[in-house]
Design a protein around this ligand. Structure first.
Ligand code: AMP
Length: 281
């Protein structure tokens, strides 16, 4: 694996490789890698001849500065995992490298409705920051395909919108399934911050999603939502939303539909740790 910290160096390397008609698959991450990230690397390796991963904890997507300060960093262990996974290139830039003229001065994109609901509403400025950094990284790496996780469902919809906004009409955006722990908890870098008792109860989020899914033909969503909110509260969670939406455009739904693909989404906090998850219905 070749590691680059500098934009010009990685650009030169990738453009040389592309002359050899390599197909480039790109996996942007914020590090603290786990098996979910590695599943994206594996998929990129299957589909491409060059896999490029980036690790960059992007300050502009953190609306909560405490969350940024406490975001787990484990670069040495990450490099080890990427080596074992057979990743070809790692881009490990500094904040100054990505935002040389300051964070405020970089190109942003407007995601409209998607930025006004759920994560957009609860984390003002978050998707602006995500669009800013992924846009910047795409301009540098210029991949053929972008690999992202369904774990961040709304982010997937935002990034699907970003590619045409940037004029990258040929960029393939590939959404990979959520990797889970044995008890159903979606893998997340933030899980590392859970205490042992918090980790044990965190599986309730997945249980809620399963119950939303399994009751779709027998109950009303407002009843199931209330059951989930009560269950999460009983386990010590402060819930931000338990929501149902049209899976195609994230239009929020007040009840189950039989004629549309749906997605159930949860955001909830235990202590200081905010966790999100979702399930297609
Ligand atoms: P992050 O490092 O959290 O920014 O995530 C980097 C990429 O990995 C994003 O596309 C995430 O959606 C994806 N990802 C995070 N957790 C998982 C998971 N449990 N399963 C699959 N993909 C994931």
């Amino acid at each position: 694996m070749v590691i680059f910290k500098n934009i010009n160096d990685i650009k030169k390397y990738i453009s040389l490789k592309k002359e050899g008609e390599r197909k480039v698959g790109f996996i942007p991450t914020m590090g603290a890698l786990h098996a979910g990230h590695i599943s994206l690397i594996q998929k990129a390796k299957e589909d491409n001849t060059l896999s490029v991963c980036s690790i960059f904890v992007n300050p502009t997507q953190f609306n909560d500065k405490k969350d940024l300060e406490k975001y787990p960093v484990s670069t040495d262990a990450d490099i080890e995992l990427l080596l074992n996974a057979g990743c070809d290139v790692l881009f490990l830039p500094s904040v100054e490298e990505i935002y040389p003229d300051g964070e405020a001065n970089f190109k942003t994109y407007d995601f409209g409705y998607l930025d006004t609901i759920l994560e957009g509403a609860k984390r003002p400025g978050h998707f602006r920051g995500v669009g800013q950094v992924v846009g910047r990284l795409l301009e540098i790496v210029m991949p053929d395909s972008l690999y992202i996780g369904q774990k961040d469902y709304q982010q997937c919809m935002v990034l699907k919108k970003l590619a045409p906004m940037m004029g990258l009409d040929n960029l393939e955006v590939i959404i990979c399934p959520t990797t889970r722990e044995a008890d159903g908890l979606a893998m997340s870098s933030r899980n590392r911050r859970l205490t042992e008792p918090q980790r044990v109860v965190a599986a309730v989020i997945y249980q809620c999603l399963v119950s939303i899914q399994s009751k779709q033909l027998t109950s009303h969503f407002d009843i199931v939502r209330k059951e989930c909110e009560d269950l999460l509260a009983a386990k010590g969670f402060a819930t931000e939303y338990v929501a149902l939406a049209d899976a195609r455009d994230l239009t929020l739904l007040s009840d189950y539909k039989t004629d549309a693909p749906m997605v159930a989404l949860i955001a909830t906090k235990i202590g200081e740790i905010r966790l999100i998850d979702n399930m297609l219905l």
